[in-house]
Design a protein around this ligand. Structure first.
Ligand SMILES: NC(=O)C1=CN([C@@H]2O[C@H](COP(=O)(O)OP(=O)(O)OC[C@H]3O[C@@H](n4cnc5c(N)ncnc54)[C@H](O)[C@@H]3O)[C@@H](O)[C@H]2O)C=CC1
Ligand SMILES: O=C(O)CCC(=O)C(=O)O
Length: 425
């Protein structure tokens, strides 16, 4: 009985293991494309993974040692690129999976990058500004040998922002002994940031929603939208949906969710949210995150963390369109269930690629020292996202496969070919 329980829990862990599920889809995509086994052997793990220990003097005078990671998945196409996450649940496996997803995003929207990702195990909500600066600078010192504007270019992710990017850029510039804005993206505008980067992930998701709605014959104007997460991705998305005439009937953060079938007051919520995307603590009448996901709505956007739609709740999702702003919010089993139910699932590696696309634009502008207007950035982003959506949708439609497998097939091809031309495989 005990052994049976242990096996059950091992199976459950496997289903929630984001690295294992990513490897499974990579394998399926490579098989469908006809690549030999050694291509999978190369791409199933990052080519480089660094673990660092970062000492930080805390405000109470003690020294605390933090663990951080930087994964570089594949650099055959170009330098690796991807965000840095500050979160208590960061793990080596998660960072590895996130770096693979970055490679796939770069492939889908055709950027000259491979995927990278970083993370530090910490809870920035419980740290002072001074402690966060020490941690950000310490991380850069620790990984400085493997990063740089032509090697691996970090950016923001969960619980990191433009201030943290500014500290990291300053630390790298000190080490490098000259001002080096192209080392990192998602910087404040005054330090070489790009117009449109802050809202880029949400803008990319909005474009995918528009394209998915066209395919489903649903009008965005008047559509009922539910968004899990009210941080960078979720809050800008709520604003864009509200401005497009959609009714945002549910939002959430790490502490709970708000629901109003008549539509929430998005401008008020944006005004009251804190820098970690927390707003529900201000309200008494809340529902839970699991309840939020099952609300009756037209468009559901998970924009927070991994493993939110699983085989437990996939049958209960009512939205005909699910667009993944977050990385890894839906398990593979849930992907199968949603797809069999005819729900159009726009996967993370496509839907959330707007962030890295505008990060690429920021890096290009830093390299050329000439900056674009917000309108130019938005027009270029739209072109890239629509093209990415169409190629994934077309692959899914013609091959009769789910959108996630289609996205992996589109995303994996460029790095496989580049690795082959380089003579690696
Ligand atoms: N910021 C960016 O440019 C990009 C972000 N993403 C992905 O979007 C997702 C959200 O990232 P950001 O908005 O940047 O982060 P953020 O740190 O700005 O906001 C995170 C939001 O998720 C909520 N949250 C945290 N834990 C939660 C939980 N257990 N249940 C429900 N909500 C929870 C937080 O309260 C907050 O509202 C992540 O998966 C991230 O990897 C993807 C592409 C780019
Ligand atoms: O902007 C970037 O370079 C990376 C964004 C990111 O980390 C992501 O798409 O998950």
């Amino acid at each position: 009985m005990v052994a049976e329980k242990a096996t059950d829990s091992a199976n459950e862990n496997n289903k929630m293991d984001v690295l294992k599920s990513t490897q499974q889809v990579i394998r399926n995509a490579l098989d469908k494309l006809g690549y030999p086994e050694e291509v999978y052997e190369l791409l199933k793990e990052p080519v480089r993974m660094m673990t660092v220990r970062i000492p930080v003097r805390m405000d109470n005078g003690s020294i605390k040692i933090f663990t951080g990671y930087r994964a570089q998945h594949n650099d055959a196409v170009g330098p690796t690129k991807g965000g840095v996450r500050f979160h208590p649940n960061v793990s080596e496996k998660e960072v590895k999976a996130l770096s693979i997803w970055m490679s796939l995003k770069a492939g889908i929207v055709d950027l000259p990058y491979g995927g990278g990702k970083g993370g530090i195990v910490c809870d920035p909500r419980e740290m002072s500004f001074r402690e966060l600066e020490g941690l950000s600078r310490g991380y850069v010192r620790a990984i400085s040998q493997i990063v740089g504007p032509t090697k691996d270019i970090p950016a923001p992710d969960v619980f990191t922002n433009s201030q943290i990017m500014a500290w990291m850029m300053d630390e790298y510039s000190r080490i490098d002994e000259f001002n080096n804005p192209g080392f990192i993206t998602g910087k404040p505008l005054v330090l070489g940031g790009s117009h449109g980067r802050e809202s880029a992930t949400a803008k990319g998701v909005t474009i995918c929603i528009e394209e998915a709605a066209k395919q489903k014959g649903i009008s965005v104007e008047g559509a009922r939208v539910v968004i899990q997460g009210f941080g960078n991705a979720g809050s800008f998305l709520a604003k864009f949906m509200h401005d497009a005439g959609a009714k945002v009937i549910g939002i959430s953060d790490a502490y709970g969710a708000l629901h109003d079938p008549e539509g929430l007051d998005i401008d008020y919520l944006l005004d009251r949210r804190d820098s970690f995307g927390t707003v529900t603590k201000l309200f008494k009448d809340t529902i839970s995150n699991p309840e939020l996901l099952e609300l009756d709505c037209d468009i559901l956007v998970p924009a927070a963390i991994e493993n939110q739609i699983t085989e437990e709740n996939a049958h209960k999702i009512k939205a005909p369109i699910v667009v993944e702003a977050a990385n890894g919010p839906t398990t593979l089993e849930a992907t199968r269930i949603l797809s069999e139910r005819g729900i159009l699932l726009v996967p993370d590696v496509l839907a959330s690629a707007g962030g890295v696309t505008v990060s690429y634009f920021e890096w290009v502008q830093n390299n050329q020292g000439y900056y674009w207007t917000e309108e130019e950035v938005e027009a270029k982003l739209r072109e890239v996202m629509v093209k990415g959506f169409n190629s994934v949708y077309h692959t899914s439609d013609t091959r009769r496969i789910d959108m996630r497998l289609a996205a992996y097939m589109v995303g994996v091809r460029k790095m496989a070919e580049a690795s082959r031309f380089r003579g690696w495989i």
